[in-house]
Design a protein around this ligand. Structure first.
Ligand code: SF4
Length: 329
C-alpha cells in the first residue's frame, strides 16, 4: 500500500473543503470495506483520506410527506433492521440483508454501498488489461471468463456489472441521492440518473464529482403493493448476485394495479424496466402474465459466452419474484 495522509473531518463543510485543499488525490472514507481492499491492491491510490465516519449523517428520519431519509453514513445493518424500513420498504431491508456478511454490514455505510466498485476479477487483477482501472488498456473480460458480467447496457470498452444489492431495491423505490458539493452547494439526483453506463469511459461510474459527498438517500412514501428482493448467487452467503430482482406488485381483485421491477447483476446500474411495468398493469395476476413479462424483459439481453446462462436465469428469477410479490411477499 502506498503512503497517504489522513484527517478526520469535523463537519461536512470541512470534508468537502479538504478535497479543494488536498487536490484530486483525496478520497472520502467511512467504513472502508471496499476502498481499503482497493488501496492494498494499489487500484485506488489516494494521497489523502478524509474520514467522514463521525459526520452527523447516520440518522434515519421520518419525512413530512410520509417518506424516509437515510443518512449517507448510516450503517447497512442498522438500516436493514430499522422498523420503518422493514415495515414500509421490505424490499430494501431484504436487499441489504442479502449483501456481504454480517460483519461487513456492521461497518459499511449507505453511501459506501452506493459507490462500491465492480467485482469484475480482471479489475482486481492488476496484471490484466482493464479499461476501468487503466483507461485505454483494453478489456480482458470481453473475450475472457465473463460469467458474472453484464447482459444489458455494456459497451465494447467494459462489460462489468454493478455489485450493489441495495441500489437495485432503491431503484424500484424511486430513491433520490442527496449530495453536498463545494462551498455548500447541494443537489439531489434520482438514483435512476446516478449511475453511468460504461460507453467510452467505463472509469466514470457515477455523476458524482470528486469533491462531492453523499449526505443521504431520500425514499418517497412507500409505493402501493408488497416489495420482494430475490438474489441468485453461487453460494448462500457473502457472495455477489449473478442475477437479482427487486419487484413491487399490487393486486386488487386478481388484477395487477401497480408494478415496479428492476434487475441487478446484469448491468453497470440497476436495470429498471418501465415498459415491463406498464405491460403488467391491468393484467390478471397469473403465472402466464408473469412469464410473458419476463420474456419481454429479457428481449434485449446480450450474452458474451460464459454469461449466456444469465439470460434464462434472469427470466426465471423475474417470473418467480413477480409471483411472490403479487402474493404479498
Ligand atoms: Fe475492466 Fe470492465 Fe473489462 Fe472488467 S469488464 S476488465 S472492469 S473494462
Amino acid at each position: 500500500m502506498r503512503t497517504f495522509t489522513y484527517e478526520r473531518a469535523a463537519d461536512a463543510a470541512a470534508a468537502v473543503g479538504a478535497v479543494a485543499s488536498h487536490g484530486r488525490g483525496t478520497k472520502f472514507i467511512c467504513g472502508g470495506t471496499n476502498l481499503l481492499d482497493l488501496m492494498k491492491l494499489e487500484i485506488e491510490r489516494p494521497t489523502h483520506l478524509v474520514d467522514i465516519s463521525r459526520l452527523p449523517f447516520t440518522v434515519i428520519e421520518d419525512l413530512a410527506d410520509g417518506g424516509l431519509r437515510i443518512g449517507g453514513q448510516a450503517l447497512n445493518s442498522e438500516t436493514a433492521a430499522d422498523a420503518r424500513v422493514r415495515r414500509l420498504y421490505p424490499v430494501l431491508s431484504e436487499a441489504l440483508l442479502s449483501g456481504a456478511s454480517g460483519q461487513i454490514r456492521n461497518k459499511a455505510s449507505i453511501a459506501g454501498n452506493l459507490l462500491q466498485r465492480t467485482r469484475c476479477p480482471y479489475f482486481y487483477d492488476t496484471h490484466s488489461h482493464c479499461n476501468k482501472r487503466e483507461p485505454g488498456a483494453g478489456c480482458e473480460a470481453i473475450d475472457g471468463i465473463n460469467r458474472i458480467h453484464a447482459i444489458f447496457g455494456a459497451s465494447e470498452h467494459c462489460i462489468a456489472t454493478n455489485p450493489s444489492d441495495m441500489a437495485v431495491a432503491m431503484a424500484v423505490l424511486d430513491a433520490r441521492i442527496e449530495i453536498l458539493g463545494a462551498r455548500g452547494a447541494t443537489r439531489t439526483v434520482p438514483l435512476a440518473d446516478f449511475y453511468r453506463l460504461p460507453g467510452n469511459t467505463p472509469e466514470v461510474e457515477t455523476v458524482l464529482q470528486p469533491e462531492e459527498l453523499i449526505t443521504g438517500v431520500v425514499l418517497p412514501p412507500a409505493p402501493q403493493g408488497r416489495g420482494v428482493y430475490r438474489k441468485v448467487r453461487d453460494r448462500q452467503s457473502y457472495e455477489f448476485a449473478l442475477v437479482s430482482v427487486a419487484a413491487i406488485v399490487a393486486v386488487e381483485d386478481g388484477t395487477i394495479t401497480a408494478a415496479r421491477v428492476a434487475l441487478g447483476g446484469v448491468a453497470a446500474k440497476p436495470w429498471r424496466m418501465p415498459a415491463v411495468e406498464s405491460a403488467l398493469v391491468g393484467r390478471p395476476a397469473t403465472m402466464a402474465i408473469y412469464r410473458s413479462a419476463a420474456e419481454m424483459a429479457l428481449q434485449g439481453a446480450v450474452g458474451r459466452g460464459h454469461n449466456d446462462f444469465k439470460i434464462d436465469l434472469a427470466r426465471r428469477a423475474l417470473c418467480r419474484t413477480l409471483a411472490h410479490a403479487a402474493q404479498g411477499g
